[in-house]
Design a protein around this ligand. Structure first.
Ligand code: MLT
Length: 230
């Protein structure tokens, strides 16, 4: 299996007809996995809060979710902390979600053949799903156009799991991501990242712990025709 890593959304290219794994571990893709594990019906990603609000005028059992600058948007039901997406809040609901980087990375990947949503929570299930693929592209969302250590470390986690049962051919970014996790835990890398520090300053320390849980959810969300579901 050939595995390549794209370090930030702005560098997405040549993914046409390929299998893509989207990572925004802090916190959009972790929140998506948590929401679907807690019974959300589906998630519709939007680039802007205005688009999400516009869609909410249709009839349906919707929740408006998302953040800007890490904080819940005004008038929205939920922010982007995965701990908010409890069964009580999300079961059977369609989530209309917009985040600074995560939903943008999905939007930039629409030419791919398959789009899977990755977090530490579902890494084992994801890797199981990928085992028959010949070529996998790991897309790190990054933060506002910049490389983000948290997503890159998460790419390393995906690779270290992929390596256990597959013969993989990595590009150099893949090798670097994997080496990052040799002597460090995912949590310590999330906490060392600029975005992790920002979230801690906003009072979201517990989110870093939550987002570092490995293999606790056995499902693989995928994007198809405008909707993320399982
Ligand atoms: C994003 O999509 O930019 C992030 O998930 C931001 C956040 O941590 O809320």
């Amino acid at each position: 299996m050939r595995v390549t890593v794209i370090p930030r959304t702005e560098e997405i290219n040549e993914i046409k007809e390929k299998t893509v794994v989207i990572i925004d571990v802090l916190r959009a893709t972790t929140s998506m996995v948590a929401a679907l594990a807690n019974g959300a019906k589906q998630i519709i990603p939007f680039l802007t809060p205005q688009e999400a609000k516009g869609y909410a005028t249709h009839s349906g059992d919707f929740l408006l979710c998302g953040e800007r600058k890490g904080v819940k948007l005004s008038g929205f039901d939920l922010g982007n902390s995965p701990r908010e997406f409890t069964r009580e809040r999300v079961e059977n609901k369609t989530l209309l979600m917009t985040t600074t980087n995560g939903t943008r990375a999905i939007n930039q990947s629409l030419s791919a053949k398959h789009i899977f949503i990755a977090s530490a929570l579902n890494v084992q299930a994801l890797v199981e799903r990928l085992k028959s693929e010949r070529e996998v592209v790991i897309v790190c969302a990054g933060t506002k156009g910049k490389f983000s250590l948290d997503d890159f470390a998460m790419a390393g986690l995906v690779i270290s799991f992929l390596e256990k049962n597959n013969d993989i051919d990595l590009d150099d970014l893949g090798v670097a991501a994997k080496l990052l996790l040799k002597d460090r835990t995912l949590y310590s890398l999330l906490a060392a990242s600029h975005h992790g520090e920002r979230l801690e300053n906003l009072g979201f320390n517990e989110d870093l712990v939550y987002c570092s849980q490995v293999g606790v959810i056995n499902l693989v969300p995928y994007y198809d025709a405008g909707v993320i579901k399982i």
